[in-house]
Design a protein around this ligand. Sequence first.
Ligand SMILES: [Zn+2]
Length: 293
Amino acid sequence: MENDFTLDEALLEKLNRYTRKPVSAQEVYTFPVILCDNEIDRDGERFSVPALERLAELFVGKTGIFDHDPKGENQTARIFDCGVKTLSDRLTAAGEPYTCLVAKAYMMRTDRSKDLIAEIEGGIKKEVSVGCSVGRKLCSVCGADLRENPCGHIKGKYYDGKLCSVILDEPTDAYEWSFVAVPAQRNAGVTKTYGAGAAADDIKALKSELSRCEEQNFRACELLKREIMSLSFLCRPIMAVETVRTLTESLSFSQLEKMYSALKDRCSREDVSFQLERKTPETSGGENSSFKL
Ligand SMILES: [Zn+2]
């Protein structure tokens, strides 16, 4: 797809809205950038066409960063024009005409930007990452708003011959674009980060991490209870084994730990000769702790 353009008077005028003082065509280097498109990306997500149209307005004037300069001297370019382009003869995996967001960017020609310009000219720096917030994420199969009302459809699966994807809709802000090494979108080389969406996803990740921790805590407690039962049996406690069992039910992990070490001390004082082989929850899978006598 040809997106090259000539910096004519009208475009130079647009560009000069973003410079501190008016510049001539010779002082700037301009280049086209495909920011994102409506193709399903590797996360199973795609922008709706109206979302791309809104992003075209939001991205004008936004600065992009070339962030993998090993010297750490980040260089920037700015978008001075942006529009949506549709190729009617090419369909996306969802069966829509391929539509992308094409931006025109500029950077000042300086000694420092010389190498970077040569790389862009040579087609080396092609991958672009965009950061934006979207107001809604929709299921492509049933149209459900996935934040408000998640449905059971799974992205990447087919339903009645239609590939399920998550439609990114109603962008609320576009805050950055940058050149990165690994592209998420197959065509444009685009990765996305989201404001509100990212926060919601973080919360989901934290919740699942929390339930994983609770599960591990539960398994560790069960393991300690079993060991306490065995020790009580071994060192002839005052209490009946059944009483010990009831007692351990209400104890926290650290209380169980204290009880366990107290019992262990007592067992060694009583000179009960035994060998204890204890497995950690990780290696035993929380199932068995075995004792050798
Ligand atoms: Zn659905």
